[in-house]
Every structure is written in structure tokens, then in C-alpha cells.
Ligand binder design. Structure first.
Ligand code: NAP
Length: 262
């Protein structure tokens, strides 16, 4: 019997989630794989259990549906073997804001934000009680860059970064590790699914390299891992500037520049 925690991975049927599954299987972790496409999950589960000798369960769930989310929440709450949650399932969309429909935005926000909060919320009390556990949230560099022109998608990914930073502040003192991973364009199906031709992108990272880099950050217990960022000092400067802002926010005093009408 393995003493390594089981890993529950959302969006594990393909792309980044499937590679996480493969890498954690190779490390000897049992897996719980979640996505909508059961046939693909079953094929991956069979391959990984044969290759690595780990136990792999699958849960078919559409994480935009509250009822399906409840099933995954229950598993996270009740299965004490699960010690790592990877909130990876996500989608992008093409087009400008005025071309995107309310329904498409609602689905995107449900999958990219609500599902993560609900799953983290289901598992965090158990992790805190155990004094250990890890939550990996897949954000995106798009969440740092309104300039990239993917406004709603980027906003969901900024949410994921903030969520991770906040959760880390709350949970790290109780022994729970939280990591935000910010990939840049990576070769997966996400582009085709969103109706974007990957060939139009100037640069694309290979998915195995992305996940291996993210795991280096995981093993180092980094809070924010940005595999494509060449100069780490850039992130430190940005976060330092943000923290500098905090001491300047004085709730009881209107800033001088707003104390005059002109
Ligand atoms: P992908 O290849 O399209 O895979 C997405 C995964 O999410 C699939 O397993 C899909 O499985 C699952 N999924 C989609 N909708 C779902 C739903 N409603 N309910 C449950 N599962 C659902 O995408 P990826 O590139 O690996 O993306 C993984 C994460 O990385 C996402 O959060 C994405 O935003 C982020 N990311 C990707 C890139 C990139 O360039 N690839 C860059 C930055 C961040 P089913 O279809 O079987 O449900």
C-alpha cells in the first residue's frame, strides 16, 4: 500500500490535466480523474494503472452543473486518501466582448471560477484538520494581461490567482500548501475548442515541459509558478509593488487629490 496521497485532477481527460495525471502516476500516487468524456478518462486510467501500477478512479462530471459538482465535492470531503487537489479544468473562448454571449460567459465563469471555489471549499476543512494537503490551481498569464484581448477569460484567471494567494494566506499556517500555476500559450486542445487556430500564435509551449516546470515549482512549494517567465525578479517586483500599495490605503482618509473639485 502506498503512503503517498491520492491526487484528484479536474479536466484530466486531455491536455495539461492528463499530463499531470501521468506525472503523478509515475511518482506513485493513486488518482481520481474528473472530466465529462468518460471514454477518454477510462482509456487514460487503464493506461496509467498498467504503466505505473497505481489505482485510478474516474468521475464523469460536467463542472458547470451544480449536481455534478456536488458529486466531486462529496468525494473530496469523504475520501481521506485524497491529499492533493488539482483545479485544472477550464476553457477559453474566442471573439471580442461584444461578440460573446451571456450564456457563453456564464458557462466560462462557472467552469473557470465557481467550480474551483466549490472544490477547494469542499476539501480545505479536511486538509486543515489533517494539518496537510495541497491545492494546485491553474490560472494563466492572461490573468496578468488585459492587453492580450481575452477579457472575460483573463478575468477568470486573475480570479484564480487572487483566490490562490488568499487561500495560501489562510491555509498555509495550517499546513496546507496552495500553488497558482500561470501557463502561457501551451499546445493543447483548448485553442481548437475555443475556435482559435493555434497556428496563429507566435509562440507555444509543449504541454509536457509546462507541467514538468509547474512540478518543479510544486516541489519547491512556490506560491506562484510562471513557467514561461524568464526573469523571476519581474514577478517579485510586481508583487512587491502591490504590497507597497497596501500601506498607502488609509481607509479613514480621502486622498489629497480627491479633496478638491478641480
Ligand atoms: P484542454 O486541453 O482543452 O483540456 C481541458 C480539460 O478540461 C479537458 O480534460 C476537458 O475534458 C475538461 N473540461 C472542459 N470543460 C469541462 C466541464 N464543463 N466539466 C468538466 N471538465 C471540463 O485545455 P488545457 O489547455 O489542458 O487547459 C487546462 C487548464 O489550463 C485550463 O484551466 C486553462 O485555462 C489553463 N491554461 C491553458 C493554457 C493553454 O494555452 N493551453 C494557457 C494558460 C492556462 P472534457 O471535455 O472531457 O470535459
Amino acid at each position: 500500500m502506498t503512503t503517498r496521497p491520492s491526487v484528484l485532477i479536474t479536466g484530466a481527460s486531455t491536455g495539461i490535466g492528463a499530463i499531470y495525471a501521468e506525472r503523478f502516476a509515475r511518482r506513485g500516487h493513486d488518482l481520481v480523474l474528473v472530466a465529462r468524456d468518460k471514454a477518454r478518462l477510462d482509456t487514460l486510467a487503464t493506461r496509467l494503472s498498467q504503466e505505473s501500477g497505481v489505482a485510478v478512479d474516474v468521475i464523469q462530471a460536467d463542472l458547470t452543473k451544480s449536481g455534478d459538482l456536488s458529486i466531486v465535492e462529496a468525494r473530496l470531503r469523504d475520501d481521506a486518501r485524497i491529499g492533493i487537489l488539482i483545479n485544472n479544468a477550464g476553457a477559453a473562448q474566442s471573439g471580442s466582448f461584444i461578440e460573446q454571449t451571456a450564456e457563453a460567459n456564464e458557462r466560462l465563469i462557472a467552469l473557470n471560477t465557481t467550480a474551483l471555489v466549490r472544490l477547494a471549499s469542499a476539501v480545505a476543512p479536511r486538509f486543515v484538520k489533517a494539518g496537510e494537503g495541497a491545492i494546485i490551481n491553474i490560472s494563466s498569464v492572461v490573468g496578468l494581461a488585459p492587453e492580450f484581448g481575452m477579457t472575460v477569460y483573463g478575468a477568470t484567471k486573475a480570479f484564480v490567482l487572487f483566490l490562490s494567494q488568499g487561500l495560501s494566506l489562510e491555509l498555509a499556517p495550517k499546513g496546507v500548501y496552495v500553488q497558482a500555476v500561470l501557463p502561457a500559450a501551451t499546445r493543447t486542445e483548448i485553442w481548437e475548442r475555443a475556435g482559435i487556430d493555434i497556428k496563429t500564435l507566435p509562440e507555444v509551449m509543449e504541454v509536457g515541459e509546462l507541467v514538468d516546470a509547474a512540478l518543479v515549482g510544486f516541489d519547491r512549494r512556490e506560491l506562484v509558478t510562471i513557467p514561461p517567465l524568464q526573469n523571476a525578479a519581474r514577478w517579485d517586483a510586481l508583487d512587491g509593488a502591490r504590497q507597497g500599495l497596501l500601506s498607502e490605503i488609509k481607509q479613514s482618509q480621502v486622498a489629497q487629490r480627491y479633496q478638491t473639485a478641480s
